[in-house]
Design a protein. Structure first.
Length: 443
């Protein structure tokens, strides 16, 4: 991800930065922001329709819902997923809807109907309780809009790759209100290249998308956290959290890769989601924290409001629920589930370290774990740090230990497993090909 001498393709982006390209950037930002707002409203509507009994959050409502609601709602989500997946597969015989693979190997070209259908399906089933993230839908929508505008503007393949990455990052930025983090995510994680010549398009797209979404969505931090104090024990906590988070991230990425490779085919596309989500509904009667993308349990971990015994069970059950949903063919994102896993793991380590050093704050361990696992699973340390600062609005009080934890976790994971959760489905040959595609920008 060096910013070395530009290749001819990248020079072309700068030299031929025509009005068409920048108009496409502006329109992509507007479309990504509007679609992110619409998809978020759909998710909220479905969630309140399916879990109406109590509380402002899915966890509150699910905690007070009857056992039959858990089972029936999740069975319904499984039936909807199975039926919709069969229809979506028949919509196109084109390339994969995976954004990372499309950017690297298809110049960002995506099958529009199938991708948008998958995006809408994912927010519906996540609202019903599937244990996956909601960011996958706005990312897909932003990428489709960028791809369509690339066709209209007759952009080059390299311009299209950049625009599609910017659109996907802008969709995520708008959904969570994180303009800087979304731009960095687009370049560092999706495009695989933090180069200064690419920053302005990414920033402009994310800023426009986020501002557009703020017309409908609240302009507030996603997570509310306390301020933390700097201390030697907290730096030691960062060392512990970073080391273990790096190893845990390797296991999580490899489990995601296994689940993705073994997704059901043919008639099992209908059966597997029903069985998996039905089982999730049954288990969620005892553990409602397993439902949804993990935002609620992460918030409680950040506030040190989860008992250690429950954390020890959730650190196994929550990722298992996510992996099972993904492996059964349920569409959804992995950003918030990764963050939630890190928060749970970090909170556990914070409690353990507090027995040795009384000045350690378990809530800080949750913050450090969330950022460290996010960085290690996405292979995007810079974007992960910025995202944690924007998501909480309290970056200054924890940035030093967070940086330490993120660096350690990323170094460990990168040296063991080169893939991220977003390119877990790529084969070894595709990973090697992607590396060769990166080389010209480094010479």
């Amino acid at each position: 991800m060096d910013d070395g001498p530009p290749s001819a393709a990248y020079v072309g982006i700068e030299a031929r930065a025509s009005g068409r390209f920048w108009l496409a950037i502006v329109l992509t930002g507007l479309g990504s922001g509007a679609s992110a707002a619409a998809l978020t409203l759909i998710l909220q509507f479905v969630q309140h329709l399916m879990w109406p009994d109590a509380g402002a959050t899915l966890l509150d409502a699910a905690s007070e819902a009857t056992p039959w609601r858990h089972i029936l709602v999740l069975l319904g989500a499984g039936l909807l997923t199975g039926a919709a997946q069969i229809v979506l597969v028949r919509l196109t015989s084109g390339n994969s809807i995976d954004i990372t693979a499309a950017i690297w190997f298809s110049a960002g070209r995506l099958p529009a109907l199938r991708t948008l259908g998958s995006a809408v399906l994912s927010v519906i089933v996540v609202g019903m309780g599937a244990s996956l993230g909601r960011e996958g839908a706005p990312k897909q929508a932003g990428a489709v809009i960028a791809n369509a505008l690339s066709d209209r503007a007759s952009l080059s393949d390299e311009e299209r790759r950049l625009l599609v990455a910017c659109g996907a990052g802008a969709g995520m930025a708008a959904a969570y209100g994180v303009p800087l983090g979304g731009a960095l995510f687009a370049l560092e994680v999706l495009r695989g290249m933090l180069a200064l010549r690419l920053v302005l398009p990414a920033l402009l797209t994310s800023v426009i998308a986020t501002t557009t979404a703020w017309l409908v969505l609240p302009d507030a931090p996603t997570y509310v956290v306390a301020k933390f104090v700097s201390s030697a024990p907290n730096l030691l906590l960062a060392l512990v959290v970073g080391s273990i988070a790096g190893l845990a991230s390797v296991a999580f990425v490899r489990a995601i890769a296994w689940a993705d490779r073994n997704r059901p085919e043919h008639r099992w596309r209908l059966v597997a989601p029903i069985l998996t989500l039905g089982l999730l509904g049954l288990v969620s009667i005892r553990f409602p924290q397993l439902l949804g993308n993990g935002k609620d349990i992460a918030q409680l971990a950040f506030a040190d409001q989860v008992p250690l015994a429950l954390l020890l069970m959730l650190v196994v059950l929550k990722p298992l629920a996510t992996i099972s949903c993904l492996g059964s063919g349920v569409p959804g994102g992995l950003f918030t589930p990764s963050l939630a896993l890190g928060a749970i793991l970090g909170a556990i380590l914070g409690h353990c370290c507090a027995f040795l050093w009384t000045d350690v704050q378990p809530a800080l361990g949750a913050i450090l774990g969330a950022g460290a696992v996010l960085a290690a699973t996405t292979q995007g340390p810079i974007s992960a740090v910025v995202l944690m600062m924007e998501l909480t609005g309290q970056g200054r009080s924890f940035v030093t230990p967070l940086l330490l934890a993120v660096v350690i976790a990323t170094l460990i994971s990168r040296n063991i497993e080169p893939r991220s959760i977003y390119d877990a489905r790529l084969t070894d040959e595709e990973i090697a090909q992607r590396q060769r595609l990166r080389e010209p920008a480094k010479r």
